[in-house]
Design a protein around this ligand. Structure first.
Ligand code: COA
Length: 324
């Protein structure tokens, strides 16, 4: 059994927040944000928009793109650090919204590497014969865990959701997930974290909703090193050299990190899918959003080899190499 990535879909909430708008909230500027991160704007969920509602919208688009229906789904995995509720999981809320009566689903907490983690687990389950059709989703509302007095973090993130549909194929063939690799180093947990969660209270018993904290320089340093190692690991595992990769679809945190990985692979800049300028960092949603965009507009074609890589708070990181 192998997992074929049959289709991808993305959803962005309606409200665009420009850098100039962020400059009205904290001491920053459009020029600083563009220059240091590549971000021009971000999307923000408002009103009734939730992680689940966006995940459902992205899932529907992924199924459409794959020519599949909810009846084909027997596994749903959602990578998210911003679920709407402690339980039920976003995954089973998506299951209900799509009217799916069979199979099972759960959420995966791996911050910005959430999609790569979820994709890896879904691939293993399909290979093991436990599922035949899997929705793998990344969905986040980071706008709701940002500290809007911290200019070093609040300008960096946005909201959105992306999804792919994986179909089990029994026959021999070139298409499918060739490999995934996952890593974690919990000792580095304090360089990027959220100081609270559902169920966490302060000394007076008041709920602590949690805000994101980051040592940007340290995260940047580790990201460059770990992601570079991940690229080497994925290529070596598959006995491929870097010239074999057609597209890099990286996690979208900072344009400088993304361009560095593109150069490492020797890829022309137009072979690196970039959304960070418009979406900012949507955490677990960033890779499937980028994939949906580049498959949807015909840039990424069937038969091409796509490398995905991501790193997030944990630290957690990993890669996936996929023949589309
Ligand atoms: N606007 C203006 N100035 C800002 C700012 C902002 N939004 N944010 C930080 N600064 C200031 C800092 O206060 C600092 O000022 P100082 O020198 O007077 O103390 C200066 O800019 C440099 O800060 P530094 O943190 O060293 O900047 P940087 O070049 O490392 O860029 C990041 C900051 C966050 C953009 C960068 O570190 C980064 O992208 N890190 C990785 C982030 C990441 O990938 N996170 C997600 C992983 S999933």
């Amino acid at each position: 059994m192998r997992s074929v990535l049959a289709g991808a879909g993305g959803f962005l909430p309606g409200r665009v927040v420009t850098n100039d708008e962020m400059a009205a909230v904290v001491d920053t500027s459009d020029a600083w944000i563009r220059d240091r991160t590549g971000i021009h704007q971000r999307y923000r969920a408002e009103g009734a928009e939730t992680t689940t509602s966006m995940a459902v919208a992205a899932a529907r688009k992924a199924l459409d793109a794959a020519g599949a229906s909810p009846d084909d789904v027997d596994l749903i995995i959602v990578g998210t650090s911003t679920p709407d509720q402690a339980f039920p999981s976003v995954a089973v809320r998506v299951q209900a919204a799509l009217g799916i009566q069979k199979g099972f689903g759960f959420d995966v907490s791996a911050a910005c590497a959430g999609f790569v983690y979820a994709l890896s687990i879904a691939d293993e389950m399909i290979r093991a014969g436990r599922a035949r059709g899997a929705l793998v989703i990344g969905a986040e509302v980071f706008s709701r865990i940002l500290d809007y007095t911290d200019r070093g973090t609040c300008v960096l993130f946005g909201d959105g959701a992306g999804a792919v549909f994986l179909r089990a194929e029994a026959s021999e063939g070139e298409q499918g997930i060739l490999s995934t690799h996952l890593h974690a180093q919990g000792a580095l947990g304090d360089i990027l974290y959220v100081d609270g969660a559902i169920g966490v209270a302060d000394s007076a018993g008041q709920p602590l909703p949690g805000k994101l904290h980051m040592n940007g320089r340290e995260v940047f340093r580790h990201a460059v090193q770990r992601l570079s190692e991940s690229v080497d690991e994925a290529l070596a595992h598959n006995n491929l050299d870097r010239g074999a990769v057609d597209w890099l679809v990286p996690h979208q945190a900072n344009i400088r990190i993304i361009e560095g990985m593109g150069r490492k692979l020797g890829l022309a800049p137009e072979r690196v899918v970039i959304t960070v300028d418009r979406h900012a960092n949507t955490s677990a949603a960033s890779i499937p959003l980028a994939l949906a965009e580049a498959m949807g507009d015909g840039r990424i074609k069937r038969g091409q080899l796509v490398l995905m890589e991501a790193l997030g708070g944990g630290l957690v990181w990993g890669s996936a190499l996929v023949r589309i």
